[in-house]
Design a protein around this ligand. Structure first.
Ligand SMILES: [Zn+2]
Length: 111
């Protein structure tokens, strides 16, 4: 058995810009944004939204050490397992707003 290998921890502070957009498992576009609630303590909630297809959902119990990439990983797992409640939040809400007025036709009974 060999000896212990010394691990040298280099402190490199070159952090490449983390992509804040992720691939959407539904439409396949890299258009998902993740926003984690900023709270001082307690579990956080992350809001995930796809700018392309409008998929959006919330991830609960985000730990303070989790970043967007972690949340995305959890989201993918849960999404694929069908655990998530997927909502639709389109960016532009008044695009094709077909509002069908509710016509309550009272049956007119003529006697
Ligand atoms: Zn999408």
């Amino acid at each position: 058995m060999g000896g212990k290998r010394k691990k040298r921890t280099k402190i490199v502070k070159v952090k490449p810009k983390l992509p804040k957009t992720f691939e959407c498992p539904r439409c396949g576009k890299i258009a998902m944004t993740i926003k984690i609630d900023k709270v001082d303590s307690g579990p956080r909630t992350a809001h995930i939204k796809c700018g392309n297809c409008g998929l959006c959902t919330d991830i609960d119990e985000v730990r303070p050490i989790d970043d967007e990439a972690n949340v995305y990983g959890r989201f993918l797992d849960d999404y694929l397992e069908g655990k998530l409640e997927i909502k639709d939040c389109r960016e532009s809400e008044n695009e094709n707003h077909e509002d069908e007025g509710e016509d309550s036709e009272l049956p007119s009974e003529t006697n």
